[in-house]
Design a protein. Structure first.
Lengths: 280, 344
């Protein structure tokens, strides 16, 4: 490479780095700083006080509960779907693959509406549910259902391309060596996808805690009962309680940062193994 | 002893195996030789239990194994791309087949460690036990795959294109080593290859396959000396294909009259380059030399026959013997000819 093209090369690199940094500052860090600034606008005391509200604590608790139910469910669903799709042949496989993408292609508001149409008082299962005194819409089960639906593709989308690329040979090798299906899953399939699974779960978790549209439709916004954190932020904001709104928003942002931190920590702990087994 | 009867397998409209029967005696090394799509890999996978035949039976040591799961067949399989467990070390890969055994037949931890060390020594990989597959060369990976397959003391070792992914020199060395290992350990092995040289050099028996059918089974000498069909001749190479006409049990070709069992009509004849005799052209020439080249101890002649067909002829060359000039007239007689009906 000549000197000139080397110089041009480093100029390109510099400008690309500068652009990336500028975008991150402008669109990621600045809003985050703004959220924190607004939350602490009237001092830490007011910030703390606004987080002490009964409704706020209920919203935080509900959001964590919904994530704690829907993320493990989607972990199992996503893993099962990816396993079935990539390791076995069966009729209707391509249909299943496109169905997995459905939650991404449908607007979340519509996903929520579908649940209302199915489980609402005037919905398809409505009369039966009322008869048996079961509440889904405007209650926690509805919020969980909507969240599970919206976050379903994250794990599967992360796993399918990887498992497709890895093929079936390692599973076949394990089978020929005498391993049972379950044993093969635990000692061959799962370890091979654990990183992708972790990313999928983190993405799924982030979306589960942050979902607004679908949850908004099925929740009913009952304070202290069916209000999740994103919904609560909106309510507080609409009531001109800016400190309260941004305080809750900063907690939501903090939760996202915590998940990112967990991911980095796990990667750091396993850095040797990652370096050894990652493809060149 | 492995006995396959009438194995049939289709994938959609494609017939991968068309009622194939094959017997593999204990202690032999058998090559399944054929072009891609001939069904050889499918046959290997059916023997391993990784694929299910649509029809036919498989017997392993006299016991019906047609519906036996791959887990329970006690067959070693070396995959073309090795299929090593990428997140396990070399030692863990080799130990896998022993570790997954049910508790009552599983060796103790120290026995497993001893076994793994012995096997790694056998495949010359002691010292690499703690490495991961990505840190190994192709030849080393292949040997790990082999050690892993041998760890469970398989009654039969199957190898899918075992040398296909290696470069030429490594391939040659591994081939010889593999053959010695087979003999030393008293294994029964079947390997799939599309390389006729590999099959003829390595195997006790060669099974030539084409389009889901077995064309010929025989020792390498059998297969080379007496190919049973035009396909085998063409696939093994090193033979000139000529057109001839058969009439009343005699093939007519360039003025020669050759014995033939093919029915009357157009026919094809195969002659190997070293199956010619060069005679004195003064008694009547029947060919013209286009080009002659010296290949060490033999002379390669590119010749056009009187009837216009081109052939290759290899003849012994003594040191100092003059090389005939291009354009000179020759008199050639074929020593061995195989004649088949042209439509076959």
């Amino acid at each position: 490479m000549s000197k000139r093209s080397l110089r041009e090369h480093s100029a390109t690199r510099l400008s690309l780095v500068a652009l990336t940094v500028a975008i991150i500052l402008l669109f990621l860090l600045l809003p985050l700083a703004q959220v924190l600034q607004q939350a602490f606008a009237k001092g830490p005391a007011v910030f703390w006080q606004s987080l002490q509200g009964e409704d706020t604590i209920a919203a935080i608790r509900l959001t964590l509960l919904v994530a704690a139910i829907s993320v493990p469910l989607n972990l199992v669903f996503g893993l099962a779907a990816s396993w079935a799709i990539t390791k076995f042949d069966f009729p209707g496989k391509s249909l299943l693959v496109s169905l997995i993408d459905l939650p991404f292609s449908v607007s979340p508001v519509i996903s929520g509406l579908i649940y209302v149409l199915l489980f609402g008082a005037h919905g398809f299962f409505g009369p039966w549910l009322i008869e048996h005194d079961l509440k889904i819409i405007f209650a926690v089960p509805g919020i969980v259902l909507a969240t599970v639906f919206v976050t379903f593709p994250f794990v599967a989308r992360e796993l399918i391309p990887l498992m497709e690329e890895q093929g079936r040979e390692e599973e076949e090798a394990a089978l020929v060596l005498g391993a049972s299906g379950l044993r093969t899953f635990w000692s061959v399939t799962l370890p091979n996808v654990k990183w992708a699974l972790l990313y999928g779960v983190l993405l799924c978790n982030a979306r589960a805690m942050g979902e607004f549209g679908a949850v908004s439709v099925v929740s009913g916004h009952i304070r202290g009962l069916t209000n999740t954190m994103p919904l609560h932020v909106e309510i507080l904001y609409n009531e001109y309680d800016f400190v309260g709104a941004f305080a809750v928003a900063s907690v939501l942002a903090l939760l996202a940062l915590v998940t990112l931190g967990i991911k980095s920590a796990v990667e750091w702990w396993h850095r040797d193994e990652l370096a050894a087994t990652r493809r060149h | 002893m492995i006995d396959l009867q009438q194995i049939h397998k289709t994938f959609g409209a494609f017939t991968a195996l068309d009622h194939v029967s094959l017997s593999i005696p204990r202690g032999r090394m058998v090559a399944l030789l054929g072009p891609s799509g001939s069904g050889k890999t499918t046959l290997l996978r059916i023997i391993a239990g990784l694929e299910h035949a649509d029809g036919g039976t498989i017997r392993l040591d006299g016991q019906d194994a047609t519906d036996l799961s791959a887990r329970d067949r006690r067959i070693g399989f070396v995959f073309q791309h090795y299929a090593l467990f990428r997140h396990m070390t070399v030692a863990d890969n080799v130990a896998f087949g022993l570790k997954v055994r049910p508790r009552d037949s599983r060796p103790s931890k120290s026995e497993i460690t001893d076994r793994v060390n012995t096997l790694l020594k056998l495949v010359h990989l002691d010292g690499l036990a703690g490495r991961y597959p990505t840190q190994l060369s192709g030849g080393q990976r292949q040997r790990v795959a082999l050690a892993r397959a041998l760890a469970v003391e398989p009654r039969l070792l199957l190898l899918d294109e075992p040398f296909g992914a290696l470069d030429a020199q490594v391939r040659k060395d591994l081939r010889r080593w593999m053959r010695r290992l087979h003999d030393d350990m008293g294994l029964t092995s079947v390997f799939v290859t599309h390389d006729q040289e590999e099959a003829l050099e390595l195997a006790d028996d060669v099974v030539v396959m084409s389009q889901g059918r077995i064309e010929q089974i025989g020792t390498p000498a059998d297969i080379y000396d007496n190919p049973a069909t035009p396909f085998v001749y063409q696939f093994l190479g090193n033979a000139t294909r000529l057109t001839a006409t058969v009439q009343g049990g005699t093939a007519h070709l360039n003025g020669w009259q050759l014995p033939a069992t093919a029915p009357d009509g157009p026919a094809v004849a195969f002659i190997r380059p070293h199956d010619w005799t060069l005679e004195d052209a003064a008694t009547g020439a029947n060919a013209t030399l286009r080009h002659a080249s010296v290949l060490g101890s033999s002379l390669r002649l590119d010749v056009t026959l009187q009837d216009g067909q081109d052939i290759e002829v290899d003849i012994r060359r003594d040191a100092g013997q003059a090389v005939p000039a291009a354009g000179s007239a020759l008199r050639l007689t074929p020593n061995r000819v195989a004649v088949f009906p042209a439509t076959a």
